[in-house]
Design a protein around this ligand. Structure first.
Ligand SMILES: NC(=O)C1=CN([C@@H]2O[C@H](COP(=O)(O)OP(=O)(O)OC[C@H]3O[C@@H](n4cnc5c(N)ncnc54)[C@H](OP(=O)(O)O)[C@@H]3O)[C@@H](O)[C@H]2O)[C@@H](O)CC1
Ligand SMILES: Nc1ncnc2c1ncn2[C@@H]1O[C@H](COP(=O)(O)OP(=O)(O)OP(=O)(O)O)[C@@H](O)[C@H]1O
Length: 602
């Protein structure tokens, strides 16, 4: 079942009811009952919830249940005193009652008075790893952990349970069943009508709950960032280790290896013949180490491009009347500023011509008017230089299948910063990200922005490649062996797919290299790279949406890159055939349809 993203802090009613159904299941209740350590039970609850299509962490489930129990207990106590009126304050009262009625009885007043409200007493929800000393009265009483600034206490109604005169209960009895208990604070609202008190109570408890979940959301975001940083650090360590082992094996088997970061270039000799891919194993035999990946070029690599082309054909989705608009691809281009309006247009229109259903351009305000005037087919958002650019673009991310960052982006710091944040957000959504042109400038300044992201694809021309390489290795590029250098760059970037464009396009994911030598022409008009990156955005989406069978377990990024290179070069050839020296990128874009058919649909 398709998972619904529920990382937001608010729980919908349907989600809450699903949670309650799961929590109320016999085996869950039995597992919770009398069990002091129960994080494994909430892991199970979160898993079952996930199966129902709602993504929540075990901690989120636990906190939600706790909050529901609190509401229920308050309502239950109110009911006892006020003839069922308080039923209204707990939306899920009936479900809670049904579940909890089969649980051991507790004294609700005791829970309310203590402020602990009994989750731990009932379920034993103390976290297994919570060993920090208590920092807060609430933490002290419950053993809760994590975020000291969280005003968890706000979840209790800040007004006391009101007492209506003449309801059969004395104010003393309302404050607690036992007179020996410490007295509760004096009722400040005893003279207000019950309805308005209940209304205020409901409002405040909803606000408190909302603020709690907001804080919970913030905590999760911090946790995500921490995990990402950890992942990048691990990757970095792996690379350092790889270099160490490589040095030990090749230079001096007994001397201790020196570690250098960025990794020093390896000195092995390439034995590759043109058109013959270099295999990772041949590197390994020479002491070169690579980070393991889950895809390989397999047997297809041995015979080169002839075997990759059928895989590209496999990923092209069939056109059927059963589909609706958007299913074959919604692509986003991040780029377009005052100076460069052509590049994002070329990329976006190429994406449409290749077969995406919708193509969005996120550019500056100035550029938007111009780009809109080029084509009514594009959806153009004039947001890239707005103060809330990232939020504006983020709103669209859930609807995009892939992103192309860089065509016509320019190098203004503010725009680069926005692009960087959009890349970060897109990585979290696990969508393919093609980085080209000024996006590569950004990567050269801050490689970590995309390093290690397996669905990231870099498409440098030779100049951009040199810049990236030197940023990673801090030494001049050895221009005598492009294939080796491209592999080295890919490895340094965490086995990202690198497409080094040129007389022959060289595609590598750090394990092997394939060459695209589709015939093009001698015409090098600006914008051809944009045609390539826009096409690649679509093909990458199709490749990742295809089953492993379709790509024969070859890295989808490599299959898509091979398709985009072949297509661009074929367009160049066809356009040149018609226009010769006058060929422009617009002429090439007009060839996409027939070039595509010739390459991938014949
Ligand atoms: N119509 C539009 O709106 C278009 C806008 N575009 C946008 O322009 C922005 C800047 O992109 P960019 O590529 O011009 O910038 P940059 O990386 O500084 O390179 C500049 C210098 O690098 C060199 N050089 C280039 N290729 C090389 C090679 N293969 N091998 C060797 N050298 C090579 C060459 O140096 P030169 O020959 O002048 O010495 C060149 O002058 C970017 O946003 C892009 O998307 C383009 O998409 C085109 C259509
Ligand atoms: N010398 C060449 N011979 C044949 N094809 C080439 C040659 N150089 C580049 N190409 C092809 O042109 C396409 C774009 O590569 P190019 O190097 O022009 O990119 P770019 O500089 O990023 O383009 P842009 O002008 O959009 O910034 C690629 O598909 C590549 O295969």
């Amino acid at each position: 079942m398709l998972a619904i993203s529920t990382r937001g802090f608010l729980w919908s009613d349907v989600e809450t009811r699903t949670l309650l159904n799961i929590w109320g299941e016999q085996d869950i209740q039995t597992a919770l009952d009398g069990n002091f350590r129960n994080s494994h039970v909430y892991r199970d609850v979160a898993r079952r919830l996930g199966e129902m299509g709602f993504e929540r962490t075990p901690e989120q489930c636990r906190v939600r249940i706790k909050s529901l129990k609190r509401q229920f207990l308050l309502a239950k106590e109110g009911n006892l005193r006020n003839n069922g009126q308080y039923h209204k304050i707990c939306k899920f009262y009936d479900a809670m009652e049904r579940i909890l009625s089969s649980r051991p009885q507790i004294d609700p007043q005791e829970l309310l008075d203590s402020g602990a409200v009994g989750d731990e007493t009932m379920d034993g929800t103390e976290e297994e790893e919570d060993t920090d000393p208590p920092q807060h009265p609430y933490l002290e009483s419950t053993g809760e952990c994590s975020y000291p600034e969280t005003q968890v206490k706000m979840e209790y109604p800040p007004i006391p349970i009101p007492v209506t005169v003449g309801n059969g209960y004395s104010s003393q009895s309302a404050s607690g069943p036992s007179s020996s208990r410490p007295k509760r604070p004096k009722k400040r609202h005893a003279d207000l009508p019950l309805d308005s008190l209940m209304e205020r109570f409901l409002e405040q408890s909803a606000e408190a709950e909302q603020s709690f979940y907001q804080l919970e959301e913030q905590r999760l975001q911090v946790e995500d960032r921490r995990r990402e940083a950890e992942h990048a650090r691990e990757l970095h360590m792996l690379q350092v280790l790889g270099q160490m082992f490589s040095s030990i094996a090749t230079r001096n088997p007994v001397a201790p290896a020196t570690t250098a970061m960025p990794p020093a270039r390896n000195t092995m000799e390439s034995t590759m013949q043109p058109g013959v891919p270099m295999s990772a194993s041949s590197h390994m035999m020479r002491g070169r180490s690579f980070i393991e990946r889950s895809f390989s070029l397999g047997t297809a690599a041995r015979t080169g491009m002839d075997d990759i082309l059928p895989l590209v054909k496999n990923i092209v989705p069939p056109l059927t009347s059963k589909k609706h608009k958007g299913q074959d691809g919604r692509i986003g281009i991040i780029g377009g500023c005052q100076e460069y309006t052509g590049a994002p247009y070329f990329a976006a229109i190429s994406a449409l011509k290749v077969g995406a259903d919708l193509s969005h351009v996120f550019c500056t305000k100035d550029a938007a008017i111009v780009i809109k005037s080029y084509s009514p087919e594009l959806i153009v958002h004039p947001v890239l230089d707005s103060p809330n650019a990232v939020e504006e673009i983020e709103k669209w991310l859930p609807r995009l299948h892939s992103l192309v960052v860089g065509p016509g982006l320019g190098r203004d710091d503010k725009l680069l910063k926005n692009a960087k944040e959009v890349i970060e957000k897109s990585k979290a959504r696990d969508i393919p990200i093609v980085i080209d042109a000024d996006g590569l400038w950004l990567v050269a300044q801050q490689p970590s922005v995309i390093q290690g992201y397996q669905k990231g694809i870099l498409t440098p021309n030779y100049m951009e490649f040199t810049r990236l390489y030197e940023a990673m290795y801090h030494e001049p590029l050895d221009s005598s062996d492009h294939q080796r250098s491209a592999m080295e760059l890919s490895v340094a970037m965490g086995n990202l797919t690198v497409v080094l464009k040129g007389e022959e396009d060289l595609i590598t994911d750090g394990n092997k290299v394939i060459l695209c030598r589709q015939e093009g022409s001698g015409r090098r008009c600006g914008g051809q790279g944009d045609l390539l990156s826009g096409s690649l955005g679509v093909l990458a989406h199709w490749a990742y949406a295809s089953s492993a069978d379709m790509t024969k377990s070859v890295n989808p990024s490599v299959v898509a890159a091979f398709g985009a290179c072949s297509l661009t070069r074929q367009c160049n050839k066809q356009a040149f055939h018609k226009h010769g020296r006058a060929t422009t990128t617009t002429d090439m874009i007009q060839e996409i349809s027939s070039a595509f058919k010739k390459l991938f649909e014949s």
